[in-house]
Design a protein around this ligand. Structure first.
Ligand code: SAH
Length: 244
């Protein structure tokens, strides 16, 4: 069974609309929806934002269902100029950039775990699904939506995703993060926490993020709208190709 997590309900609604629900359970102020999504057994849950919320959700998910892999999707802020709004990032490595127990442990190392970064188990299947989705892009978004969100030939990138309990909305914050992790492609608030829990439970983990903002002064603009209108459709489109 595949566990699918998102941090915002807007990102998940299109998945829930396509889910044939067999059972829902409520635990710890989360609702876990079990059922069939494109003929695959899945459990879908919305975690809320931040590392604690995401860790609590994934731990409950792994302890309540026979989960064989975890898939996280959602929006993120770009940290590199090469990434545009509407681009996708497939995470290959995740770091909690705000973990700092120095001088007891090196900056960003998770205390007592001897680990700083978490590798995902990303498969070529996810990359292929992403490529196929982007090739069909104009079928998913009409000209009006593409113009409205300035979505021009979106691309996907693979690499480092960093997570911290902070909404990044200034050049100064970006500079501080890149000083610690120069290669980071995008910043968000959950991925590396879920990656740590999956590592500890030995469950394969994959993550894909849609760039929703440039992590600068404008990054708060119309977020739920973007998440609903754009990110949710990306995630549905990619997962359909992935699961079919
Ligand atoms: N909807 C909010 C903003 C959401 S940002 C608003 O109306 O302003 C927080 C969520 O999006 C988190 O789940 C985080 O993982 C992701 N995210 C997107 N852009 C981000 C950024 N610039 N910094 C940190 N997290 C970001």
């Amino acid at each position: 069974m595949i566990g699918i997590i998102s941090a915002m309900p807007e990102e998940m609604q299109s998945l829930l609309d396509n889910l044939q629900v067999s059972k829902t359970i409520n635990k710890g102020k989360r609702t876990y929806y079990q059922g069939q999504l494109f003929n695959n057994d899945v459990v879908i849950v919305f975690s809320r934002w931040g590392k604690v919320a995401a860790s609590a959700t994934v731990t409950q998910l792994l302890n309540s269902f026979a989960i064989s892999e975890v898939f996280f999707s959602g929006v993120a802020g770009a940290l590199q100029k090469s990434l545009k709004i509407g681009d996708l990032v497939i995470g290959t490595t995740l770091i909690q950039y705000d973990m700092d127990a120095s001088p007891l442990y090196p900056d960003m190392e998770i205390p007592l775990l001897s680990k700083t970064s978490f590798e995902t188990s990303t498969t070529s299947k996810l990359e292929k699904a992403t490529q196929d989705f982007l090739a069909d892009f104009s079928k998913y978004f009409n000209l009006k939506t593409r113009k409205e969100f300035k979505l021009k030939n979106p691309k996907y990138h693979k690499g480092l995703v960093v997570s911290g309990d902070q909404f990044v909305n200034s050049k100064n914050k970006i500079r501080k993060i890149l000083k610690k992790v120069p290669d980071a492609l995008c910043v968000e608030m959950e991925g590396a926490a879920v990656a740590q829990v999956c590592y500890e439970y030995e469950i394969p983990f994959q993550i894909i993020r849609v760039i929703s903002d440039n992590a600068n002064d404008n990054s708060h603009i119309d977020f739920p709208y973007f998440a609903n209108e754009v990110a949710g459709k990306y995630i549905l489109g990619i997962l359909k190709k992935y699961l079919d």
